[in-house]
Design a protein around this ligand. Structure first.
Ligand SMILES: [Mn+2]
Length: 241
């Protein structure tokens, strides 16, 4: 049986090594790779490119897409000027993610969107973001934990009859590294988890397409938390259908 191929959206950093100072490197965090491997699939990194036609080829090649964490989404793409609290943006990365979402969705292939991935999935479908969590009136929990990324720090409440509930149950403790969050929910989606201060922690698309977004980082927890690994297993199971 052919193993599923899972595309992991790439990002870019500048080398600070003397000899290659300023050189751009395409990469993903290895936790995504390891979580896909443990689930029995084949991970491939999808580098940032500026050709829509070639991103379409990425989408044809893969059986499922993971949208990864990182940069803030450029507020201009959801119709807002950048607020003073916005951190680093990378517009060419937004381009890659938008084209990946477009073509993967056209082909009805599963998407697991993590952190920034969930945020850009929401804006792609017409939603908006809090450019900083402090603009959410009920916000008071620490969503930017310090140190120990694989320690779960805050709770979430999960909605019944959601993919997330089928995997994690109605309650979970998650890690948290985000200063932004979903504000206006995209049409055709529902919120499937929230923290106790009302920050959106997961969304799912109401559609035939398997399309789940989480604000936390299951890939970082998955090496020691079976339920977090199970989210990847279920996602990859959906690519076989
Ligand atoms: Mn959080």
């Amino acid at each position: 049986m052919k193993l599923p191929i899972i595309g992991i959206s790439g990002t870019m950093m500048k080398d600070n090594n003397d000899m290659f100072e300023g050189y751009e490197k395409s990469y993903v965090m290895d936790d995504y790779v390891q979580a896909v491997l443990r689930a029995g699939a084949v991970p491939i990194v999808l580098p940032i490119i500026d050709s829509s036609e070639k991103v379409n080829e990425y989408a044809k090649l893969i059986d499922g897409l993971i949208l990864t964490g990182g940069h803030d989404v450029n507020p201009l793409i959801y119709g807002e000027e950048p607020d003073v609290k916005v951190t680093e943006i990378l517009p060419k990365r937004d381009f890659l993610d938008y084209e990946l979402i477009k073509y993967t969705t056209e082909l009805d292939k599963p998407i697991l969107a993590i952190c920034r991935g969930m945020q850009i999935l929401n804006t792609y479908h017409g939603g908006t973001l809090y450019q900083d969590n402090s603009y959410c009136k009920t916000f008071h929990i620490k969503h930017m934990q310090v140190h120990n990324p694989d320690v779960a720090t805050h709770t979430i409440k999960i909605e019944p009859n959601s993919v997330l509930e089928s995997v994690l149950g109605n309650h979970a403790v998650v890690n948290s590294f985000h200063h932004q969050s979903v504000k206006g929910l995209a049409e055709g989606f529902r919120i499937t988890a929230e923290s106790k201060d009302g920050i959106v922690e997961a969304i799912e698309r109401n559609s035939e397409q398997w399309c789940v977004g989480v604000q936390f980082h299951p890939e970082i927890l998955s090496h020691k938390d079976e339920k977090m690994q199970a989210l990847f297993n279920v996602f990859i199971g959906a690519t076989r259908k």
